[in-house]
Design a protein. Structure first.
Length: 207
């Protein structure tokens, strides 16, 4: 009788392989995927200092959006944009994504967080807005006023658009040591997990 493969090992290998595929399939040196398209919904820029405030409230904003029964096209497009940008930014997991202007992932982090703020503002400003959306938006605006308006970076004045996907600066990864080290670790995990997944398994002795 052969021993069945454990699900955690298969899941780890699949996740690591998927991430490696995303990295190798992405453009080698690209910031905008859509060439600066403006035919979608415009999104205001976000200062470097405001990023942490939005990130701290991002889970609450998305939870409120998930519980929203009455949606509209703008709501759906903004929500879809933030999710796509978050995925392309490798879910904000790379070191320095939010805090380091030199990070290859800082530009795309600006994009998904700016989209998140735009989504919250839309939920607050549309007719018949949920009181919970107003309360959360007021809380975020207060935090932005106190903490998030002074620190600027090269991306702080850059407008965004739902038709224009922002990619990480892939070509800058080798020169940004924290990111290069993190992705090198991912590749090691990918190689190790793939080896374990496809390694021939010993047959248990017959009883």
């Amino acid at each position: 009788m052969t021993r069945p493969a454990t699900r955690p090992r298969r899941g780890l290998a699949a996740a690591a392989a998927g991430l490696a595929l995303l990295l190798t399939a992405a453009p080698a040196a690209a910031h905008r995927a859509g060439g600066g398209r403006t035919d979608g919904i415009p999104i205001d820029s976000l200062s470097h200092g405001q990023m942490l405030v939005i990130e701290q409230n991002r889970a609450a904003i998305l939870d409120l959006a998930a519980r929203t029964a009455r949606t509209d096209e703008t709501f759906r497009r903004l929500l879809n944009y933030t999710k796509i940008q978050h995925a392309f930014c490798l879910f904000g997991l790379m070191p320095g994504t939010l805090t380091d202007e030199e990070s290859p992932f800082n530009g795309c982090a600006h994009a998904y967080l700016a989209g998140t703020r735009a989504l919250l503002n839309h939920m607050r400003d549309r007719p018949g807005a949920d009181p919970a959306a107003r309360a959360l938006a007021d809380k975020v605006d207060h935090a932005l006023l106190l903490e998030g308006t002074l620190a600027l970076c090269v991306y702080s004045g850059e407008p965004y658009n739902t038709a224009d996907v922002i990619l990480p600066e892939w070509s800058a990864i080798p020169t940004h040591r924290p990111t290069a080290a993190a992705l090198g670790g991912v590749l090691v995990v990918t190689a190790g997990s793939t080896t374990l997944l496809f390694r021939p398994r010993r047959r248990a002795p017959a009883i």
